[in-house]
Design a protein around this ligand. Structure first.
Ligand SMILES: Nc1ncnc2c1ncn2[C@@H]1O[C@H](COP(=O)(O)OP(=O)(O)O)[C@@H](O)[C@H]1O
Ligand SMILES: [Mg+2]
Length: 368
């Protein structure tokens, strides 16, 4: 997968222009607050997801624009040249997308058409914060690999919300208790399927990320990531997950009714990231935590490449800080052969890269 051209108008602070990247590494340099991350974010939107900064669509439109933002992408995927267009309107007009000239039912229809993996400093929360970020990471990675997983996940979320509403209603209408079993059954089927997908993906991710971390730390530290799920705690066959989740839900009824929400299931699961068998969250240094997230992200890219049969584009925002010279060296080495967009303040920090194109961003203007 390769970006040949990114065009933008009224997108954040970027002046109307286009970026013609090279097929390999593209370094985007500039001082703080000039528009470097905005550029990566614009490329990222073509994956069909939300901004990786968690921004709402309205925030993406240039302050000065009445009409709204327009982005255009020429890219290569599935061995052909394709074009995509995204428009974000003011007010009720939502984000809309076109692919190869055809209007798409939703911006999310681009999922799986153009694929990228992004590292941003916000992703350090993957190691530093609570489980919801880790579940999001896992789910987002799986959604890009398999659109069917995205459907599964949204069915699960809807069923979960319905069960939670029912749990609250039962305290006023005890006769509704009988209907809970239907939701338990539905939720355990969907939940078991999610657990199986996540577990299989994580086994492979752990292996790939372990190898990358080994390279980053030059064999000095051992990395692992494990799926921490109530359903898997005592092992058991995948075929039995549905029954196990069903009995977890049934046995947890009293707790659920007291809490007013569902306390068991894959929406409560976590990933356990360790360095030298110790929790990276609790004991890792800044550099180790950053290395963990990088290893996870690069492993995500490698597995996505396997699934797609082509390499996704890699977006690395402010990746170099807090890494020592040997870790930086490895990283630059590892990403050769991929199309990469990498932002930095100081071009010297990536002098280890022999080939590639450099762009300078100043106050939303891009110079090649
Ligand atoms: N909707 C918007 N319209 C105009 N400018 C914006 C908008 N959103 C953010 N900006 C500006 O973009 C700049 C930040 O760009 P960013 O790409 O995050 O910087 P950096 O180069 O440090 O990565 C800030 O100056 C901010 O005010
Ligand atoms: Mg930035």
């Amino acid at each position: 997968m390769k970006v040949n051209r990114l065009g933008f108008r009224d997108y954040r602070n970027l002046k109307e222009n286009e970026l013609i990247p090279g097929p390999q590494v593209n370094v985007i340099c500039g001082d703080n607050a000039q528009g470097k991350t905005n550029l990566l974010e614009a490329v990222w939107l073509f994956t069909g997801g939300r901004s990786f900064r968690g921004a709402r669509d309205q925030e993406l439109i240039a302050f000065s624009s009445q009409a709204g933002a327009v982005l255009a992408l020429d890219f290569e995927a599935e061995e052909r040249e394709q074009t995509a267009k995204i428009t974000i309107g003011r007010g009720a007009k939502k984000r809309a997308a076109q692919l190869n000239g055809v209007d798409q039912p939703a911006a999310s229809s681009l999922i799986g058409k153009f694929c990228a993996v992004v590292f941003s400093p916000d992703h350090l929360s993957l190691v530093k914060e609570g489980p919801s970020m880790r579940r999001k990471f896992l789910d987002a990675a799986l959604c890009q690999r398999k659109p069917a997983y995205a459907r599964l996940l949204s069915q699960y979320s809807r069923t979960l919300a319905q069960r939670n509403t029912l749990l609250k209603d039962i305290s006023y209408h005890s006769e509704l208790l009988e209907t809970l079993e239907i939701w338990d059954e539905k939720l355990s089927g969907l939940g078991a399927a999610i657990t199986i997908e996540r577990k299989r993906y994580l086994e492979r991710l752990s292996e790939a990320a372990g190898e990358i971390y080994d390279g980053i730390s030059q064999g000095r530290e051992r990395f692992a990531v494990r799926y921490d799920s109530g359903l898997l705690r005592d092992g058991g066959e995948e075929a039995g997950y549905r029954e196990r989740l069903f009995s977890l839900l049934q046995n947890g009824r009293k707790e659920d009714l007291n809490a007013g929400f569902t306390t068991k299931g894959p929406h409560r699961d976590d990933l356990l990231v360790t360095v030298q068998e110790k929790s990276a969250r609790e004991y890792g240094s800044q550099g180790q935590q950053r290395s963990c997230v990088l290893a996870l992200k690069l492993a995500e890219a490698a597995l996505l490449a396997e699934a797609l049969g082509e390499k996704p584009v890699i977006l690395l925002d402010d990746v170099m800080s807090e890494l020592d010279a040997s870790r930086q060296d490895y990283l630059l080495n590892k990403i050769q052969g991929w199309q990469v967009f990498i932002t930095c303040c100081d071009p010297n920090s990536i002098s280890g890269l022999s080939q590639g194109r450099t762009f300078y961003v100043e106050n939303g203007e891009i110079r090649g």
